[in-house]
Design a protein around this ligand. Structure first.
Ligand SMILES: Cc1cc2nc3c(=O)[nH]c(=O)nc-3n(C[C@H](O)[C@H](O)[C@H](O)COP(=O)(O)OP(=O)(O)OC[C@H]3O[C@@H](n4cnc5c(N)ncnc54)[C@H](O)[C@@H]3O)c2cc1C
Length: 471
């Protein structure tokens, strides 16, 4: 062990300073798109250890790359090639400190895996509503640092809305204890909101106090086949009116995305027969009913009956039980995995006003087809909150090499469209190292200046996650 390894081992224990082959799994991102080098992967157990590691790094000017479940889709949690920093792996900080059912909150470590937190809430007869495809691996710290969204934002909001308090270790190792379970607190700047979504560039989130909600009596799910993206928007309006706050999810998936899932996982099937099976779009709708499953299903039958009679949908499948409902969600959650298996793809995570999504998709598809004949639209996402994962992939006429060659121009063309439609180039995945150039291009100079001023104040040596958000 060299000197600096010994220093870090004194803080976290020799077993928790990983190097060489032990460190390797943490140096490449989930997609295998970004990889880098690090002096070591360091695994602290508690806030005091994080503070001591940060203090040591601060005094030696060693960059720190915080990492949770490493499911970032923008290369946010992996180091660059310089090898001059450490990865701070937060997964040992997975304790639940307090469950306050009278206040409907949990206070917990940043390394808790999201699915474990959902299960803990369920055991306590409560709901923690953040839900996303990576929930079996991603951590609360990562969810906070990226202000994660997921499938229930339409009803419960994103991670920022679900969080009441934070504990953060700042640049010189100082610990800010902001673990307040308050729903109202107007005492100056909202520091909590500054750290949420900061992608590890301002400090290390060590703990959080998050909100719980009543468990719905039943969750009912339906899949629908839709003839056009315009019809999908009209359907959204109809179900919003019909279900009110009981509408907890409204996802759309292009035909190509679900066909890709069927090809990648032979046990998964689009639940329709032809011609609906080949509809251009599919919708996944979730209703959280406060009365009963029967009541929810009845509501679905009424609304979807109306949608059928108005020709807004071609077909509908209402899940009769939990197994069927899970199968529908599994199709949706398997899209990213299937995409990874299918070959190269270009992923964008855009948001524009919901009302303009059909126009955006039609125009942008046309621009890309004209420029890159054979490119395939693999879009899906959270239509209910205006966030589309506008992805494109290859075909027989457009292979992996073509995708790689097209990547820079595709980003540029799509991002230009996003800004023309008054949208944003990241709805939930963040900026990481994938979009830091684009951010400079599309954010106004004054916004970039204010962000830079905050970064320089809270991280004067630039040790927190360099190269992410800022170039
Ligand atoms: C299949 C799949 C589906 C996904 N679906 C969604 C979705 O629907 N919605 C969505 O929002 N995202 C989604 N994502 C993206 C990703 O899962 C989320 O961004 C998630 O919140 C990241 O959590 P993580 O623990 O894996 O963080 P990591 O990937 O480890 O880190 C993400 C960022 O947070 C920083 N960070 C991590 N922990 C801390 C900490 N304790 N303190 C400070 N900074 C920290 C890292 O440095 C990095 O910048 C998906 C990813 C996959 C692979």
């Amino acid at each position: 062990m060299n000197e600096w390894q010994k220093s870090l081992a004194q803080i976290v224990g020799a077993n928790h300073v990983l190097t060489d082959a032990d460190a390797k799994p943490f140096l490449t991102d989930w997609r295998g798109k970004f990889s880098g080098q690090a002096k070591a992967v360091v695994r602290p157990k508690n806030t005091q250890e994080v503070a001591a590691v940060v203090k040591w790094c601060y005094s030696h000017q060693i960059p720190i790359i915080p990492q949770g479940g490493n499911t970032s889709l923008v290369g946010g949690a992996v180091p660059n090639q310089s090898g001059d920093g450490i990865v701070l792996l937060m997964t040992r900080m997975n304790q639940i400190d307090e469950t306050d059912l009278d206040n409907d909150t949990i206070t917990l470590g940043a390394g808790c895996v999201l699915q474990d937190v959902q299960e803990h809430a369920f055991k306590n007869n409560r709901l923690f509503p953040l839900s996303l495809g990576a929930e079996g691996s991603c951590t609360i710290g990562g969810n906070l640092a990226t202000n994660a969204g997921g499938t229930q934002v339409i009803r419960y909001g994103n991670m920022r809305s679900l969080t009441l308090g934070l504990e953060v270790v700042g640049a010189n190792g100082a610990i800010w204890d902001g673990l307040r379970g308050l729903r109202k607190d107007n005492t100056g700047y909202a520091l909590r909101d500054l750290f949420i979504g900061s992608e590890g560039t301002l400090g290390i989130i060590t703990k959080a106090t998050i909100q719980l909600f009543p468990l719905p009596a039943a969750q009912c799910t339906a899949m629908v086949a839709i003839a056009s993206i315009e019809d999908a928007l009209q359907l959204l309006k109809l179900v919003k009116r019909g279900f009110g706050p009981a509408l907890t999810g409204f996802e759309i998936m292009s035909k190509q995305t679900l066909q890709m899932v069927e090809q990648a996982f032979t046990n998964q099937h689009i639940p329709f027969s032809n011609p609906s099976k080949t509809a251009p779009w599919f919708g996944l709708i979730e209703l959280s009913d406060s009365e009963s499953a029967e009541h929810g299903q009845q509501q679905f039958e009424n609304i979807l009956g109306q949608a059928l009679s108005e020709n807004l949908i071609q077909d509908a499948a209402i899940a009769n039980n939990l197994t069927q409902s899970k199968a529908f969600w599994h199709l949706r959650d398997s899209i990213s995995l299937a995409q990874n298996q299918a070959g190269k793809s270009i992923k964008m995570d855009i948001t524009i006003p919901i009302s303009r999504i059909p126009e955006f998709i039609r125009q942008t598809d046309q621009i890309l087809q004209e420029k890159f004949p054979g490119i395939v639209n693999l879009s899906f996402g959270h239509l209910g909150d205006g966030n589309i994962h506008y992805n494109v992939g290859g075909s027989i006429n457009f292979n992996d090499a073509d995708i790689i060659n097209a990547e820079a121009l595709v980003y540029e063309l799509v991002h230009q469209q996003v800004y023309a439609f008054n949208g944003s180039i990241s709805a939930e995945h963040g900026i990481g190292q994938l979009k830091n150039q684009a951010l400079r291009q599309y954010k106004s100079p004054i916004e970039m200046q204010m962000m830079r001023a905050i970064k320089d104040t809270l991280d004067p040596q630039g040790i927190f996650n360099p190269g992410k958000i800022f170039t």
